[in-house]
Design a protein around this ligand. Structure first.
Ligand code: CO
Length: 465
C-alpha cells in the first residue's frame, strides 16, 4: 500500500500564520495526550516564531514549553523549524552559539530539526547540520530545507541541483518549503519527479500554505509524483495563510488507498478541541478573519502567510491600512532590486518592512533599514541574483561586500560570557543564557518577572505559615 505521512502543524506554523504565534501552551496542553496517539509523522511545535512569542508576549519560557511538550508527547517526533545560522533570530550567530542551541534543543526534546537558509546559501546551514549530527539521539532527524520561490533565476534544474547538494551534505530528509503557497500543481509535478529521480529513496517532504488556493491541488500532484510526507493542520486551524486540513487530506487519501497512518477518531477529536480555541481568538481579534481567506494576489506578490498577517498588524497599528495595496505592490519591486531573495524569515520581514517604508515615506530607499543594508553588504549570504547596482552603490559606496561566514566561525565563547554577565543572578541554566543570546531584552524582562513572581510566592508562603 502506498504511504504518505503527515506532519501536524497546528502548534507552530498554523498558529504562526493565522494568529502571529499567540497561542499559549496552557490552551492546548489538555489535547496533547490524544495527539500523541494520532499517528503523525511528526508534530511541528517549536522554533520559527514560537520562541520569540513565548518570551515577548506570553511570559512563557520557551524551553519549559518544549520540555512540557516532550513530556506529554512521548511517542511522537517533535519537530522544529530553524533558520540555519540565524537560529530563531534575525542575524547570524557565531558557530559556537549555533552548536549550543542545537545541543539544548535536542536535550530538551526536539527530534526533527528542519533547517533552512532564506537565501538557500547552504554555507549557512552547514554548522547547524554538523551540530545535529554531533548531538543526535536515536530519533533525531536532520532535515535539509529549500526555500521555494519563483523568479527568473529559480529553475527546476536549479532546485534539483540544490537537492543533490543537500543529500551530499548528509541530511536525512529534504523538505521543499513553499512558504508563500505559490507552488502550482504543474510546478509540483515537474519539480518532485525531477527531485525524486535525483535523490533516490531519500524522504522528500512538501510544506506549503493555502494562501493562494493552490495547496490542495499542489499536494495531490505532489503525491502522484512521489512525495513522502506532507504538512497539514487540523481543519479548525487550516486554510487561508495556514496549511491544508489534516482531516480533509485523510479522507481524500483513504479513497485512493493511500495510508497516512492517522487514526480517524483521534484526528477528529483533535480538531473538535481546537474549534472553540479558534473562536476565542476570532472573538478577541487576535485571529484576523482576513488571514483565513484565499488570496490569489499572492501569486503575483509571492508573499508568505506570516508576512501578510504581520503587515496587516503593523499597518493597523500605524492606522495606515489604506496603504495596504500600495505596500503589497511595492514588495515584488523591492524583491527584484535585492536579487530575488525568497520571501521567508528574516528576508520576508526585511523586504516587507522596506516596501512599507518606501510607500509610507513616499520616496523609494530614502530610508533603508539596517537589516537591508547588512543584506546588501553580504552579511546574510549570497543573493540568488545580482542586487540592483544603484541600490548596491548607495549602501556600499566604494566598499566590497563581506563574506558572511568569516564572522560566524569565530568560536570565542564571548557571547556566553557576555550573556552570563548581563544576566547575573537571574541566570539559572544554559537555556537562560541561550534565550538571552537570542532575545536579550525580552529574556531579561522575562527572567525579572520570573524572579519577582517567585519572591512574591515565597513571601506569601511565609505569611501563610
Ligand atoms: Co510555513
Amino acid at each position: 500500500m502506498k504511504k504518505v505521512q503527515i506532519t501536524e502543524t497546528v502548534l507552530r506554523d498554523a498558529n504562526q500564520s493565522l494568529m502571529a504565534t499567540r497561542l499559549p501552551y496552557s490552551d492546548y496542553e489538555e489535547i496533547l495526550a490524544d495527539m500523541d496517539k494520532a499517528g503523525y509523522y511528526s508534530i511541528e511545535c517549536w522554533g520559527g516564531a514560537t520562541f520569540d512569542s513565548c518570551l515577548r508576549y506570553l511570559n512563557e519560557d520557551p524551553w519549559e514549553r518544549l520540555r512540557n511538550l516532550r513530556k506529554n508527547l512521548p511517542n511522537t517526533r517533535l519537530q522544529m523549524l530553524l533558520r540555519g545560522q540565524n537560529l530563531l533570530g534575525y542575524k547570524h550567530y557565531h558557530d559556537d552559539v549555533v552548536e549550543k542551541f542545537i545541543e539544548l534543543s535536542i536535550k530538551n526534546g526536539i527530534d526533527v530539526i528542519r533547517i533552512f537558509d532564506a537565501l538557500n546559501d547552504f554555507r549557512n546551514i552547514e554548522t547547524a547540520l554538523s551540530s545535529v549530527k554531533k548531538f543526535a539521539k536515536k530519533r533525531t532527524v536532520a532535515s535539509g530545507c529549500i526555500s521555494y520561490t519563483q523568479s527568473p533565476v529559480h529553475t527546476v534544474e536549479k532546485y534539483i541541483e540544490m537537492c543533490r547538494e543537500l543529500k551530499k551534505m548528509g541530511f536525512d530528509t529534504i523538505c521543499l518549503k513553499d512558504m508563500a503557497g505559490t507552488m502550482s500543481p504543474y510546478e509540483a509535478e515537474h519539480l518532485i519527479k525531477g527531485i525524486k529521480d535525483a535523490i533516490g529513496d531519500m524522504t522528500l517532504i512538501l510544506h506549503t500554505h493555502c494562501t493562494t488556493g493552490m495547496a490542495y491541488m499542489t499536494i495531490l500532484k505532489a503525491i502522484e509524483s512521489g512525495i513522502d510526507v506532507i504538512d497539514t493542520a487540523c481543519s479548525a486551524f487550516s486554510g487561508g495563510t495556514s496549511q491544508p486540513s489534516t482531516e480533509t487530506m485523510f479522507y481524500a487519501l483513504q479513497q485512493y488507498g493511500i495510508d497516512c497512518g492517522l487514526d480517524e477518531d483521534i484526528i477528529n477529536k483533535v480538531n473538535d478541541f481546537f474549534k472553540p480555541i479558534k473562536q476565542k481568538y476570532i472573538d478577541n481579534g487576535q485571529l484576523n478573519p482576513k488571514s483565513l481567506a484565499t488570496d490569489a494576489q499572492a501569486l503575483v506578490y509571492k508573499v508568505p502567510g506570516g508576512m501578510l498577517s504581520n503587515m496587516i498588524a503593523n499597518l493597523t497599528d500605524m492606522h495606515a491600512m489604506d496603504k495596504f495595496d500600495a505596500a503589497l505592490a511595492e514588495i515584488p519591486k523591492v524583491r527584484a532590486d535585492l536579487g530575488y531573495p525568497p520571501l521567508v524569515t528574516p528576508l520576508s520581514q526585511m523586504v516587507g518592512n522596506q516596501a512599507v517604508t518606501n510607500v509610507l515615506v513616499g520616496e523609494r530607499y530614502k530610508n533603508i533599514s539596517k537589516e537591508v543594508k547588512n543584506y546588501i553588504k553580504g552579511e546574510y549570504g549570497i543573493a540568488p541574483a545580482p542586487i540592483d547596482p544603484d541600490l548596491s552603490k548607495k549602501v556600499l559606496g566604494d566598499d566590497m561586500p563581506v563574506d558572511c561566514r568569516a564572522e560566524d566561525e569565530k568560536r570565542t565563547g564571548e557571547d556566553f560570557r557576555i550573556a552570563k554577565e548581563a544576566l547575573g543572578d537571574l541566570c539559572r541554566c544554559e537555556e537562560d543564557v541561550m534565550s538571552y543570546i537570542c532575545y536579550p531584552d525580552q529574556t531579561i524582562k522575562f527572567l525579572q518577572n520570573r524572579k519577582a513572581q517567585e519572591e512574591n510566592e515565597a513571601v506569601y508562603t511565609i505569611e501563610e505559615m
